[in-house]
Design a protein around this ligand. Structure first.
Ligand code: C2E
Ligand code: CA
Ligand code: CA
Length: 466
């Protein structure tokens, strides 16, 4: 048996090219951090000259937070960066409006107008958060704006800015806040237009056969290929290969997940049906991702069984990957469906294990076969003792529950060796191969079993050509 090709990562989260929305959020976070840091630097200098050290301390803290936001953005942690940016801006603006910018008969308050801008910007930054946050954050910003705009509320302290300083800020603050609102609305408009176009295109893609499946090898000890995870791709006529990270969430939100999921299941089962007839591939296991909305369909069990039967596939070669987050909904229904499919020989793997639903009691109740350790633990395992401890705990937990454990996102030999030491001996990741088209996968398989061929080179050439 052979070693397969070491590969380099596509990007930090493994989701291919980031979507336009993520790109815009990234730019906004960088710009927001820079503007905040520069503004605080200027005001901090002004107040340091005047000896107002409390305000200087607030400015220094804000500059530090802006730096942290920029760093998180740079590391690709957009959600954490967005949350920090919103929390930081909200607190700073409230302090400004309530302590520094107290309205007088001559000069009105003006810093609170940025709360209006923050409310609008937050609609963009938190688009992918829970519904509570998506509705709650803009509401809190607008409500706070309303209070400051409609009352003279505030705490008169020695730090209040004199009217002479504030009067210059009234026009500037209102103008800048309106520009921010305009820019945010422009971005939101673009986002909506882009999503509408993409939804129409995705519907067409299903009809015109622009979707295809890639197969990423899963290997056991000795680097023997035991199967593959099926990963859907969209070969867009203009944009080229679009990552599922971009179109699966869209499919979920627009009701397209059901036809898309059905297509993936039909195609994967058809492949299993073909492979069953060849000795070399008859034992291949195929892992198919199933989304929450797909699994929630009342007739999900019947649909899967119909796919298996029509394709003449061996059900014991099919494995469904469920994610921890979907277990938060109607556990009884999930267990019933899993049990029905399991009775027909279909297996189950728990994907992204360790990242989702924190209660472990469900593990005892689910008829699982495999736990799949999330790639975030594998990625950081060698640098962070905490992540290594979590990886160790996840492997031990799997073993003590009698489940097979597979690690995903294995990119280096060091990671593979460390996992092996922990007791995990099934892997998936770029170290072995990227996801491949079916022909390339079959060639890789052939190269890995051919005794006479120089397997390492043959497999490597195939994986890197794909
Ligand atoms: P990917 O192929 O870009 O898939 C990203 C996610 O899209 C998948 O994450 C899965 O949640 C979803 N997805 C893909 N196909 C389907 C489908 O047919 N149905 C449904 N419902 N969802 C689908 P997941 O499952 O964690 O897949 C692993 C991802 O990690 C894949 O990205 C894969 O290409 C990538 N990957 C594999 N090995 C490595 C590695 O060594 N390093 C890195 N950075 N990424 C890796
Ligand atoms: Ca998966
Ligand atoms: Ca995963």
């Amino acid at each position: 048996m052979t070693s397969l090709s070491p590969e380099r990562t596509l990007n930090r989260n493994g989701l291919g090219a980031p979507g336009m929305h993520a790109l815009r959020v990234r730019r906004m976070l960088f710009l927001g951090s820079a503007i905040t840091a520069v503004t605080c630097l200027l005001w901090g200098t002004f107040f340091a000259v005047r000896g107002d050290w409390f305000i200087v301390a607030v400015d220094v803290a804000t500059i530090t937070l802006a730096g942290t936001t920029a760093w998180l953005t740079y590391r690709g942690r957009l959600r954490a960066a967005s949350r920090l940016m919103l929390a930081m801006m909200y607190v700073v603006l409230c302090i400004n409006a309530a302590v520094l910018d107290i309205p007088t008969a001559e000069v009105p308050r003006s810093t609170h107008v940025f709360l209006l801008a923050l409310g609008v910007v937050s609609c963009l930054l938190i688009r992918d958060e829970t519904v509570w946050l998506r509705r709650g954050i803009p509401l809190v910003c607008f409500a706070t704006y309303l209070v400051f705009a409609s009352s003279r509320i505030g705490w008169v302290t020695p730090f209040a800015m004199p009217d002479a300083v504030r009067s210059g800020g009234v026009w500037a603050n209102n103008a800048v806040a309106l520009i921010v609102v305009y820019l945010a609305l422009h971005v939101i408009q673009n986002d909506v237009a882009e999503r509408n176009v993409m939804e129409i295109e995705l519907r067409d893609a299903l009809v015109h056969g622009e979707l295809l499946l890639h197969y990423q090898p899963q290997v056991a000890a000795g680097e023997r290929v035991i199967g593959a995870e099926v990963l859907v791709r969209w070969n867009h006529p203009k944009r080229g290969m679009v990552s599922p990270g971009e179109f699966i969430p869209l499919a979920e939100q627009t009701g397209l997940m059901q036809p898309l999921g059905d297509w993936v299941m039909r195609t994967a089962c058809a492949q299993l049906g073909v492979w069953r007839l060849r000795a070399q591939t008859a034992q291949m296991l195929l892992a198919v991702n199933v989304s929450a909305s797909q699994f929630a369909q009342p007739d999900f069990v019947a649909r899967v069984l119909a796919c298996v039967e029509q394709a003449g596939a061996d059900p014991s070669r099919l494995k469904l990957e469920l994610t921890e987050s979907m277990l938060a909904h109607d556990l009884e229904d999930i267990i019933a469906k899993m049990t029905a499919l399991k009775a027909r020989g279909i297996g189950f793997s728990l994907d992204d294990f360790g990242t989702g639903f924190s209660s472990l009691s469900y593990l005892r109740r689910l008829p699982l076969d495999q736990l799949k350790i999330d790639q975030s633990f594998v990625r950081n395992m060698l640098d962070s003792p905490k992540e290594a401890a979590i990886a160790q705990a996840l492997v031990s937990l799997g073993a003590s529950l009698g489940l097979q454990v597979i690690a995903e996102g294995v990119e280096t030999r060091e990671q593979r060796d460390h996992l092996r030491k922990l007791g995990c001996d099934t892997y998936q990741g770029f170290l072995f191969s990227r996801p491949l088209g079916v022909l390339a996968f079959e060639e890789l398989l052939a190269a890995s079993v051919a005794e006479e061929a120089p397997p390492v080179h043959a497999a490597r050439a195939i994986a890197s050509a794909a």
